[in-house]
Design a binder for this molecule. Structure first.
Ligand SMILES: Cc1cc2nc3c(=O)[nH]c(=O)nc-3n(C[C@H](O)[C@H](O)[C@H](O)COP(=O)(O)O)c2cc1C
Length: 177
C-alpha cells in the first residue's frame, strides 16, 4: 500500500534564542542566521513550509500586565518577520515561506506591495499568515485606544483581504515587456 502523503510545517518567530533549549542558538547574535540554517535544514527534510508568527506588543494576556511576559521573556523581545522572510526565501528554493502581517497594522497597499515583492524573491513560495491582532495594547502602538470588537475586526479583514487580492492582481502578467 502506498503511504499517504502528509504535510509538514514549522511555526516559529524571530525571538532571541531560548538558552535552555538544546536546539536553539542561545542568546548570541540576533541576526536571523539561525533561522536561515533552520529553514535550509527543513528544506532538506522535505518540510512544506516555515511559518513566522508575529505580534505587535509586549503581551498583557496573562494577569492583565506585562510582568509575566517580561519576567519569562515570553515571545519578547521579537524582531519583525518580514526581513527574515526575505533572507529565508533567498537562501532556499523549495520551502514555503509564510510570514504574519496584521490587518490592524499595515495599510493594505503596503501589505500588497511587500507580499508581492517577497513572492518574487521567493519565486512564488511566499504566504501571508493573516491576523487581525489580539490585544488592545497592540492597537495602542498604532494610535488607537482599543482594538475594534471581534466582529468588526473580521468584517474589516474580509474587505481588507479582497482589496489586497485586487491590488496584487492589478498588474497584468504581460505588463513587463
Ligand atoms: C496557525 C495559526 C497561526 C497564528 N498566528 C498568529 C500570529 O502570528 N499572530 C497573532 O497575533 N495571532 C496568531 N494566531 C491567532 C489567530 O489570529 C486568532 O486570534 C486565533 O486563531 C483565534 O481565532 P479567532 O480570532 O477567530 O477567535 C494564529 C492562529 C493559528 C491557528
Amino acid at each position: 500500500m502506498m503511504p499517504k502523503p502528509f504535510h509538514l510545517g514549522w511555526f516559529t518567530n524571530f525571538t532571541q534564542g531560548d538558552w535552555t533549549n538544546p536546539v536553539s542558538q542561545g542568546t548570541g547574535n540576533w541576526d536571523g542566521k539561525f533561522f536561515v540554517e533552520m529553514a535550509q535544514a527543513m528544506e532538506r527534510a522535505c518540510f512544506d513550509y516555515i511559518m513566522l508568527e508575529d505580534t505587535l506588543m509586549v503581551s498583557e494576556a496573562y494577569g492583565g500586565t506585562s510582568e509575566a511576559t517580561l519576567k519569562h521573556a515570553l515571545q519578547v523581545p521579537k524582531h519583525d518577520p518580514i526581513p527574515l522572510a526575505a533572507m529565508i526565501a533567498a537562501a532556499t528554493s523549495k520551502l514555503g515561506v509564510v510570514a504574519t502581517m496584521s490587518t490592524m497594522a499595515w495599510p493594505p497597499f503596503m501589505l500588497a506591495r511587500v507580499a508581492s515583492t517577497l513572492d518574487h524573491i521567493a519565486g512564488g513560495r511566499f504566504g501571508w499568515n493573516i491576523v487581525t491582532s489580539g490585544e488592545d495594547i497592540a492597537a495602542q502602538n498604532f494610535g488607537m485606544d482599543k482594538l475594534p470588537p471581534r466582529e468588526t475586526r473580521y468584517a474589516m479583514a474580509d474587505e481588507y483581504v479582497d482589496l489586497v487580492c485586487k491590488l496584487v492582481d492589478r498588474w497584468e502578467p504581460v505588463a513587463v515587456v
